[in-house]
Write a protein that binds this ligand. Sequence first.
Ligand SMILES: *[C@@H]1O[C@H](CO)[C@@H](O)[C@H](O)[C@H]1NC(C)=O
Ligand SMILES: *[C@@H]1O[C@H](CO)[C@@H](O)[C@H](O)[C@H]1NC(C)=O
Ligand SMILES: *[C@@H]1O[C@H](CO)[C@@H](O)[C@H](O)[C@H]1NC(C)=O
Length: 315
Amino acid sequence: MGSLQKTAVCLLFLSVSSSASNSKFASFICSDVKTEYDKTAAISCIGNTKITNVVVKRCESCNEQNSCLETIINTWNGNYSSENGRIRLVLQHNVSEVQIQEVKATDQGGYKWYLYSENGEGNRCTNLEVTAPEIEPDFTRNGRKLACLSSIGHPQRQIHWFDGHGTNLTGSASLVSEEAEGGLTSLTSTLHEKPTLTASEYCCTVLYDVHTKRSKTKCIRAHKAVTDYLHFTSTPDQEILKTMEAQEIPKTMEEHIPIILVLIVLVLCCFAAVLYYRHRQRAMARGSFADLLRTLLPILRQHENVEEKSLNQEV
Ligand SMILES: *[C@@H]1O[C@H](CO)[C@@H](O)[C@H](O)[C@H]1NC(C)=O
Ligand SMILES: *[C@@H]1O[C@H](CO)[C@@H](O)[C@H](O)[C@H]1NC(C)=O
Ligand SMILES: *[C@@H]1O[C@H](CO)[C@@H](O)[C@H](O)[C@H]1NC(C)=O
């Protein structure tokens, strides 16, 4: 037997004996991770036995498995880190962890694991969600041009426009997106007031998360004197209103005060009218009683006279 054949037989024997002693199948537990922007993300998988080799690929998301192209870790090639050590693998017995330092918005996505252990191999995919700072939008008005700036944030956030009645004006606005540090973006949305597009109030909403509807809103009123009195918060878009900033709430309360005052005055007027009407009815009733007395008295007197006369006659 050649030395090559000997080693082959040896390897076969070893693999058979090892699979006989470890009768369990390989199993791996990996879980999704959510990390704040600029912090360290730790994505890990735990096996039921010692993990020997790991390959990690980056994907758009775990739902698009064919998007897993870039290999960031491959222990078979001795690649334990990438991006100059920003991303590195820590392998300790049955725990395999990929640590990503100073996490960027562009690190968000799926991480496909190819795990090799003493008991066998397996594939898993974990999602990394990066939460970006959620700063308030800056609202400026320059003549007929309204600009809403969200200077830095997650690239997936959106800017929507509404008028004071909750009508969606987003279709009339134009959006410019610029790349900022760490995969974040700067968004500027511009709306031009036209004769066909005028409202008493303009609101710009930055929607940070489409699923949770987390957002911040800033509003500008066009003609303050009029809108202060006629403004009412409509509710065609419950979700947006619900997620409006807390600081917006006192403003809308203030706007309700004139309406409440008008209602109170109306109620008082009604009350006064009812009182007046009752009073008049009673007065009229009293008046007609007096009339009745006035007509009845002469008759009564006549009757008395007649009685007196008859009495006199009897006497
Ligand atoms: C991983 O290995 C440790 C011992 O190092 C063990 O206690 C633990 O149960 C193992 N985990 C799993 C999921 O089997
Ligand atoms: C990592 O992998 C690449 C190929 O993808 C290879 O060229 C490089 O030498 C590897 N790095 C190390 C440290 O082995
Ligand atoms: C507003 O309209 C735009 C398109 O013009 C749409 O993408 C967006 O989802 C709408 N927003 C709401 C909250 O309905």
